[in-house]
Design a protein around this ligand. Structure first.
Ligand SMILES: Cc1cc2nc3c(=O)[nH]c(=O)nc-3n(C[C@H](O)[C@H](O)[C@H](O)COP(=O)(O)OP(=O)(O)OC[C@H]3O[C@@H](n4cnc5c(N)ncnc54)[C@H](O)[C@@H]3O)c2cc1C
Ligand code: SF4
Ligand code: SF4
Length: 433
């Protein structure tokens, strides 16, 4: 088989109407939810320019088709306030605080204050769950990700830190649960991963009992592996010689760090790695994401950046501080218990400053309605968002900015049509499947 094809059994485009719509609109977020539902018919493959996408090899049953249509975040998402504090930009919540892990190793290793990892350690150490399904560096692909099951705090520490690369933590979920029938798990994923899992749980209450805690983080988008390779190139770190790669963490915000086979390291600031390179490689679905803040999770962590006198976030290296958002009563109880156990130190947070310290999230939410309208005008499929306050967010934008986003999306959409997926190829010439 030539290195850049998806294999003889692959159905490209897919037979599945749901997946065909996703592919036609380039709407896949790469969560792996569909592959978890029909693992013998769908697998996640790395396709150019380095995103995880489902590849179909056999027809889906009507039940599989309906389930995918109901849970795929590329097709849509639904959010309900359900008595919580509503928020146009940030989604419904019960409580927001800032905080950090009292364990200094976890605080240092985490992307911001290690709060998310500390909450996971708390869940494991109190026996609330038997394991954590989360994302860590892939063993064979230094710039890529793999899904891991952490059953001890050491595993959580090893997986701490944001990895700005594709992850599909839902792929293999059902197989994992079947393999450990008596165990309960916490799940960490991007907001879209968690939205898909929450929707799956609505269809299957047994799944809610097996995975009782869902955690997420604010998410500006997933860059392709070509973006990761561009960071390596800027660091003059040849891919073949790079044995380990950290996107962030080990400090706040922490440096993008390549470790070479000879033991030397090359580093780049977060401002340069994310701001100048990775953010330009983000997938299309992320540019029209209505939920970069994890509305479906019990608990969400983010960077509690400090702001300068003009309100812009500061990226100077310092001791990490996470924003912690409890979205459910369960999340609130876990947060309170971790505080009481001395695992987290916290401070009150004023939600009115969030728009200033998260400008990327703010602007994307405000621009979303105009971007979706631009895509609709071009006849491109868009996700069906319900309860995500698109109009109220757009009303916070001046008309001129909405028009710029509307016409900008039309221009981009006319320039770039989704093509036939090709397997991702590494610089060594080997394809990675
Ligand atoms: C793609 C991406 C975009 C982000 N965008 C923003 C943003 O716009 N604003 C913001 O404030 N924060 C953003 N973050 C989150 C932020 O970097 C921190 O994760 C957050 O501040 C929590 O820090 P922490 O120290 O509490 O978490 P940590 O203790 O570092 O824990 C991080 C957790 O995230 C998991 N994880 C890491 N990478 C991935 C991945 N690719 N897919 C799934 N799970 C992963 C790890 O398994 C770990 O459990 C983003 C993170 C990612 C991965
Ligand atoms: S977004 Fe998730 S469920 Fe939808 S097609 Fe992509 S991987 Fe499958
Ligand atoms: S920006 Fe939205 S769609 Fe993209 S990875 Fe993050 S949560 Fe998923």
């Amino acid at each position: 088989m030539p290195a850049d094809t998806l294999g003889p059994a692959s159905r490209v485009p897919p037979d599945s109407p749901a997946l065909r719509r996703v592919q036609a609109g380039d709407l896949c977020a790469g969560c792996g939810g569909c592959a978890s539902i029909a693992p013998d018919k769908l697998r996640m493959a790395l396709v150019e320019p380095g995103f995880l996408r489902p590849v179909q090899s056999a027809p889906l049953s009507p039940v599989e088709e309906d389930t995918i249509a109901a849970i795929c975040p590329g097709l849509g998402q639904r959010v309900e306030d359900a008595g919580r504090t509503p928020s146009v930009l940030w989604g419904p919540y019960l409580e927001m605080q800032t905080g950090w892990a009292t364990d200094p190793d976890l605080r240092f290793a985490g992307s911001s204050g290690g709060a998310l990892s500390m909450l996971l350690c708390h869940l494991l150490e109190t026996g609330a769950v038997d394991g954590v399904i989360q994302t860590a560096a892939a063993p064979q692909l230094s710039i890529g990700n793999g899904t891991v099951l952490s059953t001890r705090s050491e595993g959580v520490l090893a997986a701490a830190g944001s990895r700005y690369a594709p992850s599909a933590p839902l792929e293999g979920l059902h197989a994992r649960l079947t393999a450990s029938p008596a165990q309960r798990f916490a799940f960490v994923g991007k907001p879209c991963d968690v939205a898909a899992l929450r929707a799956l749980q609505e269809q299957d209450p047994g799944l809610a009992a097996r995975v009782p805690v869902l955690l997420s983080f604010f998410c500006a988008g997933v860059p392709s592996l070509r973006g990761g390779l561009e960071v390596l190139a800027a660091l003059e770190a040849p891919y073949q010689d790079t044995v380990a790669f950290r996107y962030r963490g080990n400090g706040w915000p922490g440096y993008a760090t390549a470790t070479l086979a000879d033991g030397t390291t090359r580093q780049m600031s977060y401002h340069d790695s994310w701001g100048r390179i990775l953010s330009r490689h983000v997938q299309h679905r992320c540019k029209i994401c209505a939920d970069g803040t994890g509305t479906a999770a019990d608990l969400v962590c983010a960077d509690a950046w400090e702001a300068d006198e003009k309100g812009y976030p500061l990226f100077d290296e310092q001791e990490g501080v996470s924003l912690i958002v409890a979205r459910t009563v369960k999340g609130q109880q876990i947060l309170a218990a971790a505080q009481a156990a001395g695992r987290l130190e916290t401070a009150p947070f004023d939600p009115t400053i969030l728009a200033a310290i998260q400008p990327g999230q703010r602007e994307r939410r405000r621009a979303l309605l105009a971007r979706l309208a631009g895509l609709r005008v071009c006849g491109r499929p868009v996700p069906d968002y319900r309860g995500l306050t698109l109009k109220a967010a757009a009303a916070q934008n001046p008309l001129g900015r909405n028009l710029r986003n509307f016409f900008g999306m039309i221009r981009r959409s006319l320039r770039r049509k989704p093509g036939r997926p090709r397997l991702f190829t590494l610089p060594s010439g080997s394809s990675h499947d």
